[in-house]
Design a protein around this ligand. Structure first.
Ligand SMILES: Cc1ncc(COP(=O)(O)O)c(C=O)c1O
Length: 412
């Protein structure tokens, strides 16, 4: 597929230097940014691409025949093409959105709402983000369909036998995270989608936490819909996309109406544009998507396989060190994990831990991570989460562990 395979091993120190923000201090300490699952940092090329767009090319897309309009449209459509190549799909099947949340709501309102009926079931897993729960609840309330939930094994991986047993004839749709934002579990989505397809179940994969960490070939996953967000993969906030099988896009009514998504409007009725533009009403986040295209080019320049290997090394180091900290418990030990580690320290509230770590310059997230049902399953109100990216270093892991030990003593 598309990911370039650079011949030389990446120079990770040089790559880290591409991220200006990582050089700053917090509370007088060097920043250790371990919150990339929340949002990723941006390399200078992405920041510069957004800046250059506004300085030199700014115009609306698809509306003007003048030179700037053509440049803006070319840059915006260039991102669609670049994403398509990165994900091994056709560009016409990629709807650019403000992120995963919008993409999943688009599937919910345009695909599911007109189709689901009383008695139908939406199958979800216990590890879903609220963005892959709440839209389905809203649709179920309106259609009379219900939600069924597949449980997890104690290590935080999906219990596949249990999942397949739940795929009864009443299940019309499966919503599943490719990678859990809390546990780091990488789900075998290709196998799961194959099983679902055999049973006539439409599959919606939430790829938010997969794309930053690994090469994703949507064609080989075999899903019906794949949603993702740009800001976790070095791109600007307010960017992302939904990929869908062409047959679905052609059959789906628009989600939002307005400019850009029409062929012809009369008061008697409107002829809509072909997909993907049918689903892109209004002026989009043009500059943000130009930045996302640059981000994808940047990631491809390093190589997603090299990124996955680097993060695998960092995760192994981090896990080994955390296991040595007395009283620390890691939640999520699936055999295939991305560099996302939720943890708790005996006797300390997750928020207190994160606040004290922040004073040491370490940024980790604490809370429910937009996954209340998973917290309930784990039997905790909140966790701390250290989430890494390829720009993190082994030295930062040492600094994090030293800070953790200090904070533990303080909380004593
Ligand atoms: C697994 C998962 N799904 C969905 C989302 C929502 O992404 P966004 O807020 O960019 O729409 C996130 C973001 O945290 C996520 O981690």
């Amino acid at each position: 597929m598309k990911t370039e395979t650079p011949t030389l091993a990446p120079d990770w120190d040089r790559i880290r230097a591409d991220f200006p923000l990582l050089a700053r201090e917090v509370h007088g300490k060097p920043l250790v940014y371990f919150d990339s699952a929340n949002t990723g940092q941006k390399p200078a090329v992405v920041i510069e691409a957004v800046d250059a767009f506004y300085r030199r090319h700014n115009a609306n897309v698809s509306r003007a025949v003048h030179a700037l309009g053509a440049e803006a449209t070319e840059a915006y459509e260039g991102t669609r093409a670049r994403l398509a190549q990165h994900l091994n799909v056709a560009r016409e099947d990629l709807v650019l959105t403000s992120g995963t949340t919008f993409a999943l709501n688009l599937v919910a309102y345009s695909w599911a709402l007109p189709r689901l009926q009383p008695g139908d079931v939406v199958l979800l897993t216990r590890m879903e983000h609220h963005a892959n729960i709440v839209p389905w609840q809203l649709i179920c309330e309106r259609t009379g369909a219900t939600i069924r939930v597949a449980d997890l094994a104690p290590d935080g991986s999906l219990d596949l036998d249990a999942l397949y047993a739940l795929m009864a004839p009443d299940v019309k749709l499966l919503g599943i995270a490719h990678v859990s934002n809390v546990l780091g579990t990488v789900n075998p989505v290709a196998e799961i989608c194959r099983e679902a397809r055999k049973r006539g179940i439409v599959t919606v994969v939430d790829g938010s936490q997969a794309l930053p960490h690994m090469a994703v070939d949507i064609a080989s996953i075999g899903c019906d819909f794949y949603a993702f967000t740009g800001h976790k993969m070095c791109g600007p906030t307010g960017t992302g996309a939904l990929w869908a099988r062409r047959e679905h896009l052609l059959a789906m009514p628009p989600f939002l109406g307005g400019g850009e998504m029409i062929k012809e409007v009369r008061y008697e009725g409107t002829v809509f544009a072909e997909p993907p533009h049918r689903f892109e009403a209004g002026t989009p986040n043009i500059a943000g998507h130009v930045g996302l295209g640059t981000a994808v080019g940047y990631l491809d320049g390093i190589g997603m396989d090299a990124i996955a290997a680097r993060e695998g090394d960092l995760l192994a180091h981090l896990t080994e060190e955390m296991d040595r900290v007395e009283g620390l418990r890691i939640l999520g030990r699936a055999p295939r994990k991305a560099a996302v580690v939720s943890f708790l320290v005996e006797g300390a509230h997750a928020h207190d831990l994160a606040t004290l770590l922040d004073l040491e310059g370490v940024a980790v997230r604490s809370g429910h991570h937009c996954a209340h049902p998973l917290m309930a399953f784990l039997g905790v109100p909140a966790t701390c989460r250290a989430s890494l990216a390829f720009y993190n270093t082994h030295a930062e892991i040492e600094a994090f562990i030293a800070a953790l030990r200090k904070v533990r003593r303080l909380l004593g």
